[in-house]
Design a protein. Structure first.
Length: 471
């Protein structure tokens, strides 16, 4: 006998589609339909340059929003800042697994509808990096025979030899020595499941991608090693470079220093913690929390940007009141939720002395802005920044370890300048390169390839021509 169970499901707004969307797709003279998907604030920042470049080139392009980040400071402000509006919104809600299932179902409906209403069109969905939308959105598209274009493909976390990290923790080597050794490729290895769930997301997205746009050669090599076809992989750089160009052009008009005059001090340490590995572990989170307290009490200026996960951890571990009291007592600590405008973020970030973060994108931004970065993790999914010398790990084992790393970057001017001198690893005009590669492939091959196409038999004279019928 089975027991009937009622599954509690969140109340979700209906899927919203702008009027006339499907008719516009049918009526378009363009064979290729580009669909740029966004979901979270990092998605907006990194995908909007692709969307705007497609518009600039006169391509037929749609913008799809899952609704994962729907608060104004996480979503609406960026629509306003970049002057774009989505063509449809999935309006997902609930826990992580519920959001995933809703993306698969709702985006799957959109993709299936386009395919049936405009069967002669070639749909090119762009998903970004290591996000839930890259994984779930990719699954939704792939199950309608529509592989995605994976922007920021091939991100794989790498971890240095644990013996090296233990030497740092036990003070057997200096921070400066640690930084130097991290630049040796041979001390790094793959295999970590962190950041969670981002490593799952990026690997899943790879499996449902028809085109892989890798930021750097290390990402390309990861994809080669995993067996993805070389003719579908291109090193193009990272679209965050385009986003930064957009923000830096407007940065001087930012009014953020009027709101936070203390931040005009050039010795600011920008601090942020939101990765699940750090916020679900009481020990790791308290190590990072105590580091901030120690930095502030030692006289350093700290800007702590708190995301939703940060606030959840502060409440779960009974630390929210303590950090707010600390900010009241020490004007040198600015404790703030996420700022709505990217231009304001970059205006201050470029002036910082050190950026201490567990974010992936911020490691990239720090490199492009030539600001030393300390990654608050045991590893990195942007190991190229550490191998190049722009970045250093500050593993959250003890607050003394993390404090020592940050303090050394602050006080050791030679180290600070050496980290700043690292060249931009992520290129320029990246969105244009992505679009060029994508359209070149799409105009010469089927993005979804059956095996006879992949290995060349369908090119034989005796192979019966004709379109594949998708039932």
């Amino acid at each position: 006998m089975f027991e009937d169970l009622r599954i509690e499901t969140p109340e979700t707004p209906p899927l919203q589609v702008r009027p006339g969307l499907f008719k516009d797709i049918q009526a378009s003279s363009e064979r290729l339909v580009h669909l740029v998907m966004v979901a979270t604030k990092p998605d907006f920042i990194k995908q909007f340059p692709v969307y705007l470049e497609l518009q600039r080139q006169g391509k037929f392009v749609l913008l799809g929003h899952t609704g994962q980040h729907y608060d104004w400071n996480l979503s609406g402000a960026l629509h306003e800042e970049f002057n774009v509006r989505p063509d449809f919104t999935l309006n997902i809600r609930g826990s992580l697994y519920q959001k995933i299932s809703q993306i698969v179902e709702r985006l799957g409906f959109i993709i299936s509808s386009i395919r049936h209403k405009a069967p002669t069109k070639v749909l090119l969905p762009y998903v970004h990096g290591d996000t839930t939308t890259a994984a779930a959105g990719g699954i939704a598209c792939y199950n309608s025979f529509v592989p995605v274009i994976h922007v920021e493909a091939g991100l794989r976390t790498m971890t240095p030899d644990v013996k090296l990290v233990k030497q740092l923790v036990r003070e057997k080597i200096s921070v400066n020595e640690f930084h130097t050794i991290l630049q040796k490729r041979e001390v790094w290895e793959k295999g970590s499941s962190e950041p969670y769930p981002e490593q799952f997301d990026t690997r899943t997205a790879a499996a449902v991608s028809g085109i892989h746009c890798a930021p750097v050669e290390l990402n390309q090599q990861n994809l080669f090693d995993e067996g993805y076809p070389a003719d579908r992989i291109s090193v193009v750089g990272n679209t965050v470079s385009d986003s930064l160009s957009f923000a830096l052009e407007k940065a001087e008009s930012s009014k953020i220093y009027e709101q936070y005059p203390v931040l005009e001090d050039s010795s600011i340490i920008r601090f942020c913690v939101h990765r699940r590995g750090n916020i679900v572990s009481k020990h790791r989170f308290k190590v990072l929390f105590d580091t901030v307290v120690r930095l502030v009490k030692q006289g350093y200026n700290v800007l702590w940007i708190a995301l939703g996960g940060t606030f959840a951890a502060l409440r779960a571990f009974g630390l929210e009141r303590k950090i707010r009291r600390l900010a009241e007592k020490y004007p040198s600590l600015v404790f703030s939720e996420v700022w709505p405008y990217y231009t304001d973020v970059i205006r201050v970030m470029k002036d910082c002395a050190v950026i201490a973060t567990d974010s992936g994108s911020i490691q990239e931004e720090a490199n492009i802005l030539h600001v030393p970065c300390a990654t608050l993790r045991f590893n990195s999914d942007r190991p190229e920044t550490l191998i190049a010398g722009a970045n250093i790990l500050a593993p959250p084992v003890t607050s003394n370890v993390v404090f020592r790393v940050i303090q050394e970057i602050m006080e050791n001017k030679e180290l600070n300048q050496r980290m700043r001198a690292t060249p931009n690893l992520y290129g320029e005009s990246v969105s244009a390169k992505i679009i060029d590669f994508t359209t070149r492939v799409a105009n010469t091959q089927n993005i979804f390839r059956w095996e006879q196409e992949r290995i060349g038999f369908s090119d034989n004279d005796d192979w019966e021509p004709g379109e594949t019928t998708y039932l």
